[in-house]
Design a protein around this ligand. Sequence first.
Ligand code: HEC
Length: 201
Amino acid sequence: MNNHDDNQKNTILNDAEKNLLMDHNYDGIEEFDYPLPSWWLWTFIAGGFFAVFYIYLYNFAGAPSLAQEYQKELAKVEAKREEQRKLTGNFDAAAYKVWNERPESVQQAALVYEENCLSCHEEKGKGDIGPNLTDSHWLNLKRVTAGDIYGFILVGNEDNGMPAWADELSKEELFAAVKYVLSVHNTNAPDGKEPQGVEIK
Ligand code: HEC
């Protein structure tokens, strides 16, 4: 009497199950010959197809390598940066930061504003010929950053009456104008000109 028969004494198997038993037996351990679950089988087959497709695509069909994809993404970032540089007229953020931290920058900002901008933008930027600079609405900006304000002041909008300051003011004077605009931004002068343009939060 071998192990197999031994086992069967203790295990109650119906006829169908007996037919499914495979004819090997390892130390009394036997197994049924059930088919694989179909979800498993099809996932496995699909995996095989995917592998063939993948190897073909990346080794023979010229799909871009990781390095090439990286370069492509980098080029996109560079294009975006270039676009931004145009918007900000090559605003030197580091130089602005250093200048902005100097105590005399506050006075310089007020002076540059008074001499060049007050005539149109009025006391504390409340607006007159030029728009109110103390609200959160803008005609010409997409983002309220030092760089974007700098870029706009450089070129202005001469058709609508805002001069270009690129040739009139030095770099520091432009910084001063930016600082002044930022300092009155969102102060909402009570007697300010009505909001114009799009609100930027
Ligand atoms: C001759 C009048 C005039 C002077 C001087 C002037 N501006 Fe303006 N400014 C305007 C007008 C008008 C506009 C609105 C242009 C438009 O409709 O797009 C404007 C727009 C602006 C804007 C954008 C506002 C917005 O809603 O988009 C800023 C910022 C600004 N000026 C800053 C300055 C600064 C800083 C100075 C001084 C260096 C200055 N302006 C001098 C007339 C002037």
